[in-house]
Write a protein that binds this ligand. Structure first.
Ligand SMILES: [Zn+2]
Length: 131
């Protein structure tokens, strides 16, 4: 919408709708649904990097030297927290799965925002414009 038209419609116009016409909201919704359908395999969880002593008396870690890094995957399911070690070679896959989970939530949040705006609707005149 150009600024001149906005000034004419200003008394009725919802400020939040200024940059969000119904048609652009619908396009955004369709884009997000498209992204949603492309979400790959996923899982919830957090990977913590920790260090530990290996237990060998001859190892430098036993006498204050650098400890050994490990990665621990933690996830709570049905109120029960589950933990397991992640091997170095598994790390990339696990990170990808968790990243997809966060992508899914980002899409859900944006979709919710867009659908909320669509429910509020625009000014009736604007709907006529985009029909
Ligand atoms: Zn050690």
């Amino acid at each position: 919408m150009n600024i001149f038209l906005y000034k004419i419609m200003a008394p009725w116009y919802n400020g939040a709708m200024l940059h969000k016409s119904i048609s652009s909201l619908k396009k955004r919704r369709d884009d997000l649904l498209e992204q949603l359908h492309r979400i790959p395999n996923l899982m919830r969880g957090v990977v913590y990097e920790k260090t530990h002593k290996c237990g060998r008396k001859s190892c430098a870690c036993a006498s204050g030297g650098p400890r050994h890094p490990t990665r621990q995957l933690t996830v709570t399911l049905c109120g029960r927290t589950q933990t397991r070690y992640v091997r170095v070679e598994e790390m990339e896959d696990v990170e990808r799965l968790i990243e997809a989970y966060h992508d899914l939530w980002r899409i859900i949040e944006e979709l919710t925002e867009v659908n909320l705006d669509l429910l509020r609707g625009g000014h009736p005149r604007e709907e006529e414009e985009t029909r």
